[in-house]
Ligand binder design. Structure first.
Ligand SMILES: [Zn+2]
Length: 159
């Protein structure tokens, strides 16, 4: 949304300057930890907000757009895989459809003690885009077969 209004078409000196100033304003209000980047500015109902071009926007959505250089696809929400609602670390921000989000919550209620959590499965699927099944299996201490089943959606197909 933000991206579309500011940077519509070819980038210009003006639009680049604008994007850079938004980036500065956002990240100077962030405390960067090893994992999460915590928003220290205004929080409304648990979510970080920032005013840009006279509009109140969610900081995690702005952070995703700054990191990805594009607008959030229509109908998608940005979910923190770390479940920290004030985290703006782009690595923790995943675009999800509304229905997926409800599935995630329902599934966690169903199997609270499962070895793999919904969040973990979502993260594994994201990492499968640029890592091999074997690498991820090693990092997670899981079977390669388990990762394969997640990849082929033979298990955790609801997510
Ligand atoms: Zn986080």
């Amino acid at each position: 949304m933000l991206w579309k209004t500011i940077w519509d078409g070819e980038p210009t000196v003006q639009s680049i300057t604008k994007i850079n100033s938004i980036r500065d304003r956002l990240y100077c209000n962030v405390q960067k930890g090893d994992e999460c980047w915590i928003w220290k500015g205004t929080v409304v109902r648990g979510r970080g907000k920032i005013i840009i071009e006279g509009r109140q926007l969610y900081v995690h959505r702005v952070s995703w757009e700054l990191a990805n250089g594009e607008s959030i696809p229509e109908g998608m929400r940005i979910v923190q895989s770390c479940k920290n609602l004030v985290c703006v670390n782009p690595e923790h921000l995943l675009p999800r459809k509304h229905g997926d989000l409800i599935n995630m919550i329902v599934m966690e209620d169903k199997w609270p003690k499962a070895k793999l959590t919904v969040v973990k499965v979502v993260q594994i699927r994201e990492r499968l885009k640029f890592k091999t099944q074997r690498q991820i299996a090693k990092e997670e201490g899981l079977n390669v077969a388990t990762i394969g089943r997640i990849k082929r959606r033979e298990s955790w197909k609801e997510i």
